[in-house]
Design a protein around this ligand. Structure first.
Ligand code: ADP
Ligand code: MG
Length: 535
Protein backbone atom coordinates (compact mmCIF):
# COMPACT_ATOMS: atom_id res chain seq x y z
CA UNK A 1 0.00 0.00 0.00
CA UNK A 2 2.94 2.33 0.33
CA UNK A 3 4.83 4.05 -2.42
CA UNK A 4 8.28 2.63 -1.97
CA UNK A 5 8.66 -0.76 -3.50
CA UNK A 6 12.32 -0.68 -4.46
CA UNK A 7 14.13 -2.09 -1.48
CA UNK A 8 17.83 -2.76 -1.22
CA UNK A 9 18.87 -6.37 -1.22
CA UNK A 10 19.09 -7.96 2.17
CA UNK A 11 22.83 -7.71 2.44
CA UNK A 12 24.53 -5.44 -0.01
CA UNK A 13 27.89 -5.87 1.67
CA UNK A 14 29.19 -8.95 -0.02
CA UNK A 15 27.88 -7.79 -3.37
CA UNK A 16 29.63 -4.43 -3.47
CA UNK A 17 32.67 -4.69 -1.29
CA UNK A 18 35.03 -5.69 -4.07
CA UNK A 19 33.83 -2.87 -6.26
CA UNK A 20 34.26 -0.34 -3.50
CA UNK A 21 37.79 -1.50 -2.87
CA UNK A 22 38.65 -1.07 -6.53
CA UNK A 23 37.27 2.42 -6.54
CA UNK A 24 39.33 3.28 -3.53
CA UNK A 25 42.52 2.63 -5.45
CA UNK A 26 41.70 5.76 -7.42
CA UNK A 27 40.70 7.80 -4.46
CA UNK A 28 41.39 11.49 -4.21
CA UNK A 29 43.69 11.03 -1.31
CA UNK A 30 44.57 7.89 0.53
CA UNK A 31 41.43 6.62 2.15
CA UNK A 32 41.67 5.88 5.81
CA UNK A 33 41.09 2.36 6.93
CA UNK A 34 37.89 2.48 8.91
CA UNK A 35 38.54 1.78 12.55
CA UNK A 36 35.82 -0.35 14.05
CA UNK A 37 35.93 1.83 17.12
CA UNK A 38 33.68 1.02 20.08
CA UNK A 39 30.64 3.17 20.39
CA UNK A 40 30.25 5.51 23.37
CA UNK A 41 29.32 3.44 26.39
CA UNK A 42 25.57 3.17 26.44
CA UNK A 43 25.21 5.18 23.27
CA UNK A 44 22.48 2.93 22.07
CA UNK A 45 21.29 0.80 24.89
CA UNK A 46 18.45 -1.19 23.43
CA UNK A 47 19.37 -4.77 22.83
CA UNK A 48 18.31 -4.66 19.19
CA UNK A 49 21.28 -2.47 18.42
CA UNK A 50 23.89 -3.72 20.83
CA UNK A 51 25.18 -6.19 18.25
CA UNK A 52 27.03 -3.42 16.49
CA UNK A 53 28.58 -0.13 17.36
CA UNK A 54 26.25 2.19 15.52
CA UNK A 55 28.23 5.37 15.62
CA UNK A 56 31.95 4.85 15.38
CA UNK A 57 32.65 8.52 16.01
CA UNK A 58 30.70 8.56 19.27
CA UNK A 59 28.13 11.20 18.36
CA UNK A 60 30.58 14.02 17.68
CA UNK A 61 30.49 16.79 15.10
CA UNK A 62 32.26 16.19 11.78
CA UNK A 63 34.25 19.36 11.13
CA UNK A 64 37.34 19.73 8.93
CA UNK A 65 37.77 15.97 8.73
CA UNK A 66 37.86 15.67 12.52
CA UNK A 67 35.32 14.41 15.05
CA UNK A 68 34.83 17.09 17.66
CA UNK A 69 32.77 17.62 20.79
CA UNK A 70 30.73 20.80 20.77
CA UNK A 71 32.92 23.70 21.87
CA UNK A 72 30.51 24.28 24.75
CA UNK A 73 30.63 20.59 25.67
CA UNK A 74 26.84 20.42 25.38
CA UNK A 75 25.07 17.31 24.17
CA UNK A 76 21.54 16.60 23.13
CA UNK A 77 19.46 13.52 23.84
CA UNK A 78 18.22 11.32 21.03
CA UNK A 79 14.98 9.45 21.73
CA UNK A 80 13.49 6.21 20.53
CA UNK A 81 10.05 7.50 19.52
CA UNK A 82 8.52 4.05 19.99
CA UNK A 83 9.25 4.16 23.73
CA UNK A 84 10.22 7.71 24.57
CA UNK A 85 13.49 6.53 26.10
CA UNK A 86 16.87 8.13 25.45
CA UNK A 87 18.97 5.98 23.11
CA UNK A 88 21.92 8.23 22.38
CA UNK A 89 23.61 11.49 23.20
CA UNK A 90 25.23 13.52 20.46
CA UNK A 91 27.09 16.80 20.49
CA UNK A 92 24.87 19.88 20.46
CA UNK A 93 26.72 22.19 18.10
CA UNK A 94 26.24 25.94 18.45
CA UNK A 95 27.49 29.22 16.98
CA UNK A 96 31.18 28.51 17.67
CA UNK A 97 31.00 25.11 16.03
CA UNK A 98 29.17 26.47 12.99
CA UNK A 99 31.88 29.09 12.73
CA UNK A 100 34.64 26.46 12.84
CA UNK A 101 32.82 24.50 10.15
CA UNK A 102 32.33 27.56 7.96
CA UNK A 103 36.03 28.40 8.18
CA UNK A 104 36.93 24.83 7.21
CA UNK A 105 34.48 24.90 4.32
CA UNK A 106 35.85 28.26 3.20
CA UNK A 107 39.41 26.92 3.20
CA UNK A 108 38.40 23.85 1.19
CA UNK A 109 36.63 26.11 -1.26
CA UNK A 110 39.26 28.84 -1.62
CA UNK A 111 42.34 26.62 -1.61
CA UNK A 112 40.70 24.47 -4.22
CA UNK A 113 40.91 21.23 -2.20
CA UNK A 114 37.34 20.59 -3.31
CA UNK A 115 36.34 23.30 -5.77
CA UNK A 116 39.37 22.76 -7.98
CA UNK A 117 39.08 19.01 -8.25
CA UNK A 118 38.19 18.02 -11.77
CA UNK A 119 34.48 17.47 -12.29
CA UNK A 120 35.30 13.83 -12.91
CA UNK A 121 37.03 13.55 -9.53
CA UNK A 122 34.08 15.14 -7.78
CA UNK A 123 31.73 12.77 -9.55
CA UNK A 124 33.85 9.82 -8.58
CA UNK A 125 33.74 10.75 -4.91
CA UNK A 126 29.96 11.04 -5.00
CA UNK A 127 29.76 7.69 -6.73
CA UNK A 128 31.97 6.22 -4.06
CA UNK A 129 29.71 7.56 -1.33
CA UNK A 130 26.84 5.78 -3.07
CA UNK A 131 28.84 2.53 -3.10
CA UNK A 132 29.75 2.82 0.57
CA UNK A 133 26.15 3.61 1.44
CA UNK A 134 25.06 0.57 -0.50
CA UNK A 135 27.59 -1.55 1.35
CA UNK A 136 26.24 -0.28 4.69
CA UNK A 137 22.60 -0.01 3.59
CA UNK A 138 21.24 -2.46 6.14
CA UNK A 139 22.96 -0.67 9.00
CA UNK A 140 21.83 2.77 7.87
CA UNK A 141 18.25 1.55 7.50
CA UNK A 142 18.31 0.06 10.95
CA UNK A 143 19.62 3.21 12.58
CA UNK A 144 17.12 5.33 10.67
CA UNK A 145 14.28 3.14 11.80
CA UNK A 146 15.35 3.33 15.44
CA UNK A 147 16.00 7.06 15.35
CA UNK A 148 12.97 8.25 13.39
CA UNK A 149 10.56 5.43 14.26
CA UNK A 150 9.68 4.60 10.65
CA UNK A 151 9.12 0.96 9.66
CA UNK A 152 12.32 -0.76 8.58
CA UNK A 153 11.04 -1.42 5.05
CA UNK A 154 10.42 2.30 4.64
CA UNK A 155 13.86 3.09 6.02
CA UNK A 156 15.36 0.69 3.48
CA UNK A 157 13.47 2.54 0.75
CA UNK A 158 14.93 5.83 1.99
CA UNK A 159 18.47 4.46 1.88
CA UNK A 160 17.90 3.24 -1.68
CA UNK A 161 16.73 6.70 -2.73
CA UNK A 162 19.71 8.31 -1.01
CA UNK A 163 22.06 6.00 -2.92
CA UNK A 164 20.25 6.91 -6.16
CA UNK A 165 20.67 10.58 -5.40
CA UNK A 166 24.44 10.35 -4.93
CA UNK A 167 24.79 8.32 -8.16
CA UNK A 168 22.52 10.64 -10.10
CA UNK A 169 24.40 13.76 -8.98
CA UNK A 170 27.75 12.05 -9.56
CA UNK A 171 26.73 12.14 -13.23
CA UNK A 172 25.90 15.85 -13.12
CA UNK A 173 29.35 16.81 -11.83
CA UNK A 174 30.73 16.50 -15.39
CA UNK A 175 27.70 18.03 -17.12
CA UNK A 176 27.33 21.49 -15.62
CA UNK A 177 27.93 23.75 -18.61
CA UNK A 178 27.27 27.25 -19.93
CA UNK A 179 26.23 28.49 -23.35
CA UNK A 180 27.80 30.38 -26.24
CA UNK A 181 25.66 33.42 -26.95
CA UNK A 182 25.48 35.44 -30.20
CA UNK A 183 25.07 39.12 -29.25
CA UNK A 184 23.60 41.96 -31.34
CA UNK A 185 26.77 44.05 -31.30
CA UNK A 186 28.35 46.08 -34.08
CA UNK A 187 31.75 44.42 -33.65
CA UNK A 188 33.17 40.96 -33.71
CA UNK A 189 32.88 39.28 -30.38
CA UNK A 190 32.81 36.02 -28.50
CA UNK A 191 30.43 35.72 -25.56
CA UNK A 192 29.76 32.76 -23.33
CA UNK A 193 28.50 31.83 -19.90
CA UNK A 194 30.21 29.75 -17.23
CA UNK A 195 28.49 28.20 -14.25
CA UNK A 196 30.65 28.45 -11.16
CA UNK A 197 30.03 26.99 -7.71
CA UNK A 198 28.30 29.52 -5.48
CA UNK A 199 30.81 28.92 -2.65
CA UNK A 200 30.23 27.83 0.93
CA UNK A 201 26.75 26.44 1.41
CA UNK A 202 24.80 26.05 4.65
CA UNK A 203 22.15 23.34 4.61
CA UNK A 204 19.48 22.70 7.24
CA UNK A 205 17.36 19.56 7.11
CA UNK A 206 14.35 18.12 8.94
CA UNK A 207 13.71 14.85 10.76
CA UNK A 208 11.17 13.09 8.53
CA UNK A 209 13.68 11.59 6.05
CA UNK A 210 16.98 12.26 7.82
CA UNK A 211 19.40 10.41 5.54
CA UNK A 212 17.51 11.10 2.33
CA UNK A 213 17.31 14.82 3.03
CA UNK A 214 21.06 14.86 3.69
CA UNK A 215 21.59 13.20 0.29
CA UNK A 216 19.22 15.60 -1.49
CA UNK A 217 21.19 18.49 -0.06
CA UNK A 218 24.80 17.30 -0.16
CA UNK A 219 24.92 15.58 -3.54
CA UNK A 220 24.01 18.50 -5.85
CA UNK A 221 26.04 21.04 -3.85
CA UNK A 222 29.14 18.87 -4.01
CA UNK A 223 28.58 18.01 -7.68
CA UNK A 224 28.57 21.74 -8.41
CA UNK A 225 31.86 22.25 -6.54
CA UNK A 226 30.48 23.93 -3.41
CA UNK A 227 31.65 23.08 0.09
CA UNK A 228 29.06 22.42 2.75
CA UNK A 229 28.07 22.88 6.36
CA UNK A 230 25.09 20.58 6.93
CA UNK A 231 22.96 20.82 10.06
CA UNK A 232 20.91 17.77 10.97
CA UNK A 233 17.59 17.87 12.77
CA UNK A 234 17.99 17.62 16.53
CA UNK A 235 15.40 14.82 16.67
CA UNK A 236 17.23 12.54 14.21
CA UNK A 237 20.98 13.11 13.96
CA UNK A 238 22.23 9.52 13.82
CA UNK A 239 22.33 8.59 10.12
CA UNK A 240 23.54 12.04 9.08
CA UNK A 241 26.51 11.83 11.43
CA UNK A 242 27.18 8.31 10.25
CA UNK A 243 27.25 9.60 6.68
CA UNK A 244 30.22 11.71 7.77
CA UNK A 245 32.09 8.47 8.44
CA UNK A 246 31.58 7.50 4.80
CA UNK A 247 32.90 10.83 3.51
CA UNK A 248 35.97 10.29 5.65
CA UNK A 249 36.40 6.73 4.46
CA UNK A 250 36.01 7.82 0.84
CA UNK A 251 38.87 10.29 1.21
CA UNK A 252 36.84 13.47 0.90
CA UNK A 253 39.15 16.51 1.26
CA UNK A 254 39.11 18.09 4.72
CA UNK A 255 36.46 20.78 5.11
CA UNK A 256 34.53 20.01 1.94
CA UNK A 257 31.78 18.39 3.99
CA UNK A 258 31.05 19.37 7.60
CA UNK A 259 28.16 17.79 9.45
CA UNK A 260 26.74 19.25 12.63
CA UNK A 261 24.09 18.06 15.03
CA UNK A 262 22.44 20.78 17.07
CA UNK A 263 19.26 22.70 17.73
CA UNK A 264 17.54 24.94 15.22
CA UNK A 265 17.41 28.05 17.36
CA UNK A 266 21.17 27.89 17.94
CA UNK A 267 23.13 25.97 15.29
CA UNK A 268 20.46 26.44 12.60
CA UNK A 269 20.07 30.14 13.25
CA UNK A 270 23.87 30.54 13.21
CA UNK A 271 24.01 29.03 9.72
CA UNK A 272 21.20 31.21 8.40
CA UNK A 273 22.89 34.37 9.68
CA UNK A 274 26.57 33.53 9.09
CA UNK A 275 28.29 36.14 6.90
CA UNK A 276 30.76 33.52 5.63
CA UNK A 277 28.02 31.41 4.04
CA UNK A 278 27.13 32.25 0.44
CA UNK A 279 23.96 30.23 0.14
CA UNK A 280 21.55 28.50 2.47
CA UNK A 281 19.30 25.60 1.51
CA UNK A 282 16.56 24.77 3.97
CA UNK A 283 13.93 22.05 4.24
CA UNK A 284 11.43 22.35 7.06
CA UNK A 285 8.41 24.29 8.22
CA UNK A 286 7.16 27.40 6.44
CA UNK A 287 7.40 29.28 9.73
CA UNK A 288 11.12 28.59 10.09
CA UNK A 289 11.61 29.14 6.35
CA UNK A 290 10.53 32.74 6.83
CA UNK A 291 12.99 33.10 9.72
CA UNK A 292 15.76 31.78 7.45
CA UNK A 293 14.92 34.41 4.85
CA UNK A 294 15.08 37.18 7.45
CA UNK A 295 18.37 35.91 8.85
CA UNK A 296 19.86 35.54 5.36
CA UNK A 297 19.30 39.22 4.63
CA UNK A 298 22.47 40.27 6.46
CA UNK A 299 24.77 39.23 3.63
CA UNK A 300 22.00 38.55 1.09
CA UNK A 301 23.02 34.92 0.85
CA UNK A 302 21.17 32.98 -1.81
CA UNK A 303 18.24 31.02 -0.38
CA UNK A 304 16.31 27.96 -1.50
CA UNK A 305 13.47 26.63 0.61
CA UNK A 306 11.47 23.43 0.60
CA UNK A 307 8.64 24.04 3.03
CA UNK A 308 5.25 22.78 4.08
CA UNK A 309 2.32 21.49 2.11
CA UNK A 310 -1.36 20.68 2.31
CA UNK A 311 -1.60 18.58 -0.79
CA UNK A 312 -4.97 17.78 -2.36
CA UNK A 313 -5.93 14.33 -3.62
CA UNK A 314 -8.69 14.74 -6.23
CA UNK A 315 -10.69 11.64 -7.11
CA UNK A 316 -13.10 11.77 -10.04
CA UNK A 317 -15.92 9.24 -10.29
CA UNK A 318 -14.40 7.80 -13.48
CA UNK A 319 -11.24 6.76 -11.60
CA UNK A 320 -10.25 3.23 -10.70
CA UNK A 321 -11.77 3.73 -7.25
CA UNK A 322 -9.98 0.82 -5.66
CA UNK A 323 -6.60 2.19 -6.76
CA UNK A 324 -7.63 5.72 -5.81
CA UNK A 325 -8.67 4.69 -2.30
CA UNK A 326 -5.47 2.72 -1.77
CA UNK A 327 -3.47 5.61 -3.21
CA UNK A 328 -5.20 8.16 -0.99
CA UNK A 329 -4.53 6.02 2.10
CA UNK A 330 -0.87 5.53 1.18
CA UNK A 331 -0.61 9.20 0.26
CA UNK A 332 -1.48 10.30 3.77
CA UNK A 333 -0.35 7.45 6.00
CA UNK A 334 3.07 6.83 4.46
CA UNK A 335 5.84 7.82 6.91
CA UNK A 336 3.16 8.40 9.59
CA UNK A 337 1.93 11.32 7.51
CA UNK A 338 5.16 13.17 8.24
CA UNK A 339 5.77 14.02 4.61
CA UNK A 340 5.65 17.51 3.17
CA UNK A 341 3.74 16.13 0.16
CA UNK A 342 1.30 14.08 2.27
CA UNK A 343 -2.10 13.97 0.56
CA UNK A 344 -3.87 15.53 3.51
CA UNK A 345 -6.97 16.91 1.74
CA UNK A 346 -9.11 14.33 -0.03
CA UNK A 347 -11.68 15.62 -2.53
CA UNK A 348 -13.94 13.00 -4.07
CA UNK A 349 -16.82 13.36 -6.53
CA UNK A 350 -20.03 13.07 -4.48
CA UNK A 351 -21.13 9.91 -6.32
CA UNK A 352 -17.99 8.08 -5.17
CA UNK A 353 -17.40 9.88 -1.86
CA UNK A 354 -18.93 7.38 0.56
CA UNK A 355 -17.19 4.42 -1.02
CA UNK A 356 -13.75 6.04 -1.16
CA UNK A 357 -13.96 7.40 2.39
CA UNK A 358 -15.13 4.00 3.66
CA UNK A 359 -12.18 2.33 1.94
CA UNK A 360 -9.65 4.80 3.32
CA UNK A 361 -11.15 4.49 6.82
CA UNK A 362 -11.09 0.71 6.50
CA UNK A 363 -7.40 0.79 5.54
CA UNK A 364 -6.71 3.20 8.40
CA UNK A 365 -8.31 0.80 10.87
CA UNK A 366 -6.23 -2.13 9.65
CA UNK A 367 -2.79 -0.50 9.63
CA UNK A 368 -0.52 -2.26 12.12
CA UNK A 369 1.19 0.25 14.36
CA UNK A 370 4.35 -0.74 16.12
CA UNK A 371 8.02 -0.37 16.67
CA UNK A 372 9.88 0.27 13.40
CA UNK A 373 12.22 -2.71 13.54
CA UNK A 374 9.34 -5.15 13.90
CA UNK A 375 8.91 -6.52 10.35
CA UNK A 376 5.11 -6.63 10.82
CA UNK A 377 4.89 -2.92 11.52
CA UNK A 378 3.20 -0.83 8.85
CA UNK A 379 3.21 2.46 10.71
CA UNK A 380 5.60 3.65 13.37
CA UNK A 381 5.31 6.35 16.00
CA UNK A 382 5.49 10.07 15.32
CA UNK A 383 8.99 11.42 15.71
CA UNK A 384 8.66 13.22 19.04
CA UNK A 385 6.55 14.04 22.04
CA UNK A 386 6.15 17.54 20.62
CA UNK A 387 4.85 16.17 17.34
CA UNK A 388 2.45 13.86 19.19
CA UNK A 389 1.01 16.83 21.07
CA UNK A 390 0.77 18.89 17.90
CA UNK A 391 -1.08 16.24 15.91
CA UNK A 392 -3.48 15.40 18.75
CA UNK A 393 -4.07 19.13 19.16
CA UNK A 394 -5.12 19.44 15.53
CA UNK A 395 -7.47 16.47 15.80
CA UNK A 396 -9.03 17.96 18.93
CA UNK A 397 -9.47 21.34 17.25
CA UNK A 398 -11.12 19.66 14.27
CA UNK A 399 -13.55 17.88 16.58
CA UNK A 400 -14.31 21.09 18.47
CA UNK A 401 -15.07 22.82 15.18
CA UNK A 402 -17.53 20.10 14.18
CA UNK A 403 -15.56 17.56 12.15
CA UNK A 404 -16.60 13.91 12.32
CA UNK A 405 -14.00 11.26 13.08
CA UNK A 406 -14.58 8.20 10.91
CA UNK A 407 -11.30 6.47 11.79
CA UNK A 408 -8.65 6.88 14.48
CA UNK A 409 -8.72 10.25 16.17
CA UNK A 410 -6.64 9.34 19.20
CA UNK A 411 -3.34 8.19 20.55
CA UNK A 412 -2.43 4.52 20.15
CA UNK A 413 -1.24 2.89 23.37
CA UNK A 414 0.33 4.88 26.18
CA UNK A 415 4.03 4.40 25.46
CA UNK A 416 5.85 6.13 22.63
CA UNK A 417 4.37 8.69 20.27
CA UNK A 418 1.82 6.70 18.29
CA UNK A 419 -1.29 8.24 16.74
CA UNK A 420 -3.96 6.15 15.05
CA UNK A 421 -4.42 6.82 11.34
CA UNK A 422 -7.23 9.33 11.29
CA UNK A 423 -9.94 10.21 8.77
CA UNK A 424 -12.13 13.30 9.28
CA UNK A 425 -15.28 14.26 7.38
CA UNK A 426 -17.82 17.08 7.71
CA UNK A 427 -15.04 19.60 7.60
CA UNK A 428 -15.30 23.09 6.19
CA UNK A 429 -12.65 25.07 4.44
CA UNK A 430 -12.00 27.50 7.27
CA UNK A 431 -11.14 24.80 9.82
CA UNK A 432 -7.54 24.56 10.98
CA UNK A 433 -7.44 20.85 10.09
CA UNK A 434 -8.18 21.83 6.50
CA UNK A 435 -5.94 24.90 6.30
CA UNK A 436 -2.82 24.01 8.27
CA UNK A 437 -0.16 21.41 7.71
CA UNK A 438 -0.64 18.77 10.42
CA UNK A 439 2.37 16.61 9.54
CA UNK A 440 0.74 13.49 10.91
CA UNK A 441 -1.55 10.66 9.76
CA UNK A 442 -4.66 12.81 9.48
CA UNK A 443 -6.71 13.26 6.32
CA UNK A 444 -9.76 15.46 5.81
CA UNK A 445 -12.29 14.33 3.19
CA UNK A 446 -14.82 16.49 1.39
CA UNK A 447 -17.12 15.72 -1.57
CA UNK A 448 -17.34 17.88 -4.68
CA UNK A 449 -20.49 17.97 -6.79
CA UNK A 450 -19.34 19.94 -9.73
CA UNK A 451 -17.99 18.81 -13.08
CA UNK A 452 -16.48 22.22 -13.81
CA UNK A 453 -12.74 21.61 -13.65
CA UNK A 454 -11.99 25.25 -12.83
CA UNK A 455 -14.20 25.06 -9.76
CA UNK A 456 -12.58 21.81 -8.63
CA UNK A 457 -9.12 23.27 -9.18
CA UNK A 458 -10.14 26.35 -7.19
CA UNK A 459 -10.97 24.11 -4.22
CA UNK A 460 -7.65 22.29 -4.59
CA UNK A 461 -5.81 25.62 -4.86
CA UNK A 462 -7.55 27.14 -1.86
CA UNK A 463 -4.43 26.91 0.31
CA UNK A 464 -1.36 28.99 0.99
CA UNK A 465 0.73 25.98 0.03
CA UNK A 466 1.57 24.58 -3.40
CA UNK A 467 3.85 21.61 -3.05
CA UNK A 468 2.03 18.66 -4.60
CA UNK A 469 -1.31 17.22 -5.68
CA UNK A 470 -2.66 14.03 -7.13
CA UNK A 471 -5.47 13.55 -9.61
CA UNK A 472 -7.23 10.22 -10.00
CA UNK A 473 -9.15 9.65 -13.24
CA UNK A 474 -9.15 7.45 -16.34
CA UNK A 475 -9.94 10.42 -18.55
CA UNK A 476 -6.61 11.48 -20.06
CA UNK A 477 -7.83 14.84 -21.21
CA UNK A 478 -9.27 15.69 -17.81
CA UNK A 479 -6.03 14.62 -16.11
CA UNK A 480 -3.92 16.85 -18.37
CA UNK A 481 -6.23 19.81 -17.89
CA UNK A 482 -6.21 19.40 -14.11
CA UNK A 483 -2.41 19.05 -14.07
CA UNK A 484 -2.20 22.50 -15.64
CA UNK A 485 -4.82 24.12 -13.43
CA UNK A 486 -3.32 23.05 -10.11
CA UNK A 487 -0.84 25.47 -8.59
CA UNK A 488 1.82 23.17 -7.20
CA UNK A 489 5.36 22.08 -7.99
CA UNK A 490 4.33 18.46 -8.43
CA UNK A 491 1.18 16.89 -9.86
CA UNK A 492 0.81 13.12 -9.82
CA UNK A 493 -1.82 11.37 -11.91
CA UNK A 494 -3.09 8.04 -10.59
CA UNK A 495 -0.24 7.90 -8.07
CA UNK A 496 1.01 9.89 -5.07
CA UNK A 497 4.37 10.38 -3.31
CA UNK A 498 6.48 9.26 -6.24
CA UNK A 499 10.02 10.67 -6.12
CA UNK A 500 13.07 10.25 -8.27
CA UNK A 501 16.51 11.83 -8.22
CA UNK A 502 15.92 12.98 -11.82
CA UNK A 503 12.58 14.68 -11.11
CA UNK A 504 12.33 18.34 -10.12
CA UNK A 505 10.81 18.86 -6.69
CA UNK A 506 9.70 22.04 -4.93
CA UNK A 507 6.88 24.38 -4.19
CA UNK A 508 4.66 27.12 -5.53
CA UNK A 509 3.40 29.79 -3.14
CA UNK A 510 4.45 29.34 0.50
CA UNK A 511 5.77 25.84 -0.13
CA UNK A 512 9.13 27.26 -1.06
CA UNK A 513 11.68 28.78 -3.36
CA UNK A 514 13.55 26.85 -6.03
CA UNK A 515 13.62 23.22 -7.04
CA UNK A 516 15.58 20.28 -5.75
CA UNK A 517 16.62 17.15 -7.63
CA UNK A 518 17.09 16.80 -11.34
CA UNK A 519 19.27 19.30 -13.18
CA UNK A 520 17.44 22.10 -11.34
CA UNK A 521 19.22 21.21 -8.12
CA UNK A 522 22.63 21.87 -9.65
CA UNK A 523 21.41 25.34 -10.64
CA UNK A 524 20.75 26.12 -6.98
CA UNK A 525 24.44 25.75 -6.31
CA UNK A 526 25.92 27.65 -9.24
CA UNK A 527 26.31 31.28 -10.22
CA UNK A 528 26.16 32.19 -13.90
CA UNK A 529 28.98 34.35 -15.21
CA UNK A 530 28.73 36.02 -18.64
CA UNK A 531 32.09 36.59 -20.32
CA UNK A 532 32.34 38.78 -23.44
CA UNK A 533 35.37 39.33 -25.68
CA UNK A 534 35.74 42.09 -28.23
CA UNK A 535 37.76 40.38 -30.92
P1 ADP B 1 9.68 21.04 12.96
O1 ADP B 1 9.07 22.15 13.79
O2 ADP B 1 8.71 20.12 12.33
O3 ADP B 1 10.77 20.32 13.67
P2 ADP B 1 11.40 22.93 11.74
O4 ADP B 1 11.17 23.75 10.53
O5 ADP B 1 11.36 23.61 13.07
O6 ADP B 1 10.37 21.75 11.71
O7 ADP B 1 12.80 22.19 11.64
C1 ADP B 1 13.48 21.87 10.45
C2 ADP B 1 14.95 22.17 10.62
O8 ADP B 1 15.09 23.56 10.87
C3 ADP B 1 15.63 21.46 11.79
O9 ADP B 1 16.96 21.13 11.42
C4 ADP B 1 15.64 22.52 12.87
O10 ADP B 1 16.68 22.35 13.81
C5 ADP B 1 15.87 23.76 12.04
N1 ADP B 1 15.44 25.01 12.68
C6 ADP B 1 14.45 25.19 13.58
N2 ADP B 1 14.37 26.47 13.96
C7 ADP B 1 15.35 27.14 13.29
C8 ADP B 1 15.79 28.50 13.24
N3 ADP B 1 15.22 29.45 13.98
N4 ADP B 1 16.82 28.81 12.41
C9 ADP B 1 17.40 27.87 11.66
N5 ADP B 1 17.04 26.58 11.67
C10 ADP B 1 16.03 26.21 12.46
MG1 MG C 1 10.06 23.83 14.69
Amino acid sequence: MFAYTRLPEKDCRSRTRGRVRNLQQHSLRRPRPLKRRKTMAGLLERDFCSEQALLQHGGKLFIDDKWLDATSGATLDVYDPATGSVIAKVAAGDTEDVDLAVRAARRAFENGAWSKLTPSERGRLLWKIADLLERDAAEFARIESIDNGKPITMAQGDVTLAIDMFRYMAGWATKITGTTTPLSLGFEHHSFTIREPVGVVGQIIPWNFPLLMAAWKLAPALAAGCTVVLKLAEQTPLTGLKLGELFQEAGCPAGAVNIISGFGETAGAAIAAHPGIDKVAFTGSTEVGKMIVRAAMGNLKKVTLELGGKSPVIVFNDADLEAASAGAAAGIFYNQGQVCTAGSRLYVHKSAFDRVVADVADTAGKIRLGQGLNPDTQMGPLVSDEQLGRVLGFIGAGQDQGATIVAGGERHGDAGYFVKPTVLTNTSRDMTVVREEIFGPVIVAEPFGDDDLDKIAAIANDTEYGLAASVWTKDISKAHKMARKIKSGTVWVNCHNVYDAALAFGGYKQSGWGREMGEYATQNYTEVKAVTFKL
